[in-house]
Design a protein around this ligand. Structure first.
Ligand code: 6GU
Length: 245
């Protein structure tokens, strides 16, 4: 897989050479490049933003440098890349989307500041033969200053799914979100620690009871913390009390 990042803060991507992607790069599974957007500015001050048409707070990233950057970073046809745009107004990033992106050959991350990139950059990119899809993605309902930290999080979620990246493939299927539930609580030795005991069922050696207990814990945890992940009938809200008339 090939990963490119276009950003005004290339230093944010230093962690890519550490453990996570660094290992995958060394093994040849991954090739990575980080590009400074200002490389493609043409004015003396290397300006990348301007005030929004229509008024309002903040600045919007100008289209010209973005257009030139994508011209340079996108592959030559017939190769194609997926343009990933981290933004709080994107669609939710999920494990399913991570799996989808992990199946692609080339991802180009366009990291803008949170006020955003001129929409025409993305609209134009979507019409290009070198772009198979433009995916605007949000990590959740909060605001980051720019797309860089989000791009790193998306990268980690995707790269660990690449075949041959993780040592133990079953730890991938057992973890949170792969079965649509939060993960059950986990314990290791010692069996007693500061007066807190490991649930005895886990010491029983009875694999059937252990599996049933874990399933029940996962369901209870999901119902308490993330009821939105459960089907409506499992959350106890598929009925209403009809007031007496
Ligand atoms: Cl993907 N980008 C930015 N800038 N802010 C965010 C986000 C992404 N997800 C949540 N907040």
């Amino acid at each position: 897989m090939r990963l490119d990042y276009v950003t005004i803060f290339p230093d944010f991507f230093a962690p890519l050479s550490l453990s996570l992607a660094g290992k995958a790069v060394d093994s040849g599974l991954l090739s990575v490049a980080v590009h400074d957007l200002r490389t493609w500015t043409t004015d003396r001050h290397r300006t990348v933003d301007d005030t929004p048409y229509g008024g309002g707070a903040g600045m919007v990233m100008k289209p010209e440098a973005w257009g030139a950057a994508l011209d340079a970073v996108l592959p030559a046809p017939p190769a194609r890349a997926t343009l990933v745009v981290p933004t709080p107004s994107g669609r939710p990033f999920t494990q399913a989307l991570a799996r989808d992106l992990a199946g692609r050959e080339h991802l180009v991350f366009a990291c803008g500041r949170y006020e955003g990139i001129d929409q025409r950059v993305l609209d134009h990119a979507a019409t290009r033969a070198e772009v198979d899809e433009v995916v605007e993605v949000s990590l959740g309902d909060y605001v980051l200053n720019g797309g860089e930290v989000a791009a790193l999080a998306i990268t980690e979620a995707v790269v660990r799914l690449l075949p041959g990246f993780m040592g133990n493939a079953s730890s991938l299927v057992e973890e949170s979100h792969e079965d649509g539930l939060l993960e059950y609580p986990v314990y290791t030795k010692p069996s007693s620690w500061r007066g807190h005991e490991v649930p005895p069922v886990l010491l029983s050696g009875d694999h059937g009871r252990i599996a049933a207990w874990r399933r029940e814990q996962a369901l209870e945890r999901t119902a308490r913390r993330r009821p939105d992940l459960l089907p409506p009938t499992a959350t106890g809200t598929d009925w209403t009390i009809v007031p007496a008339t």
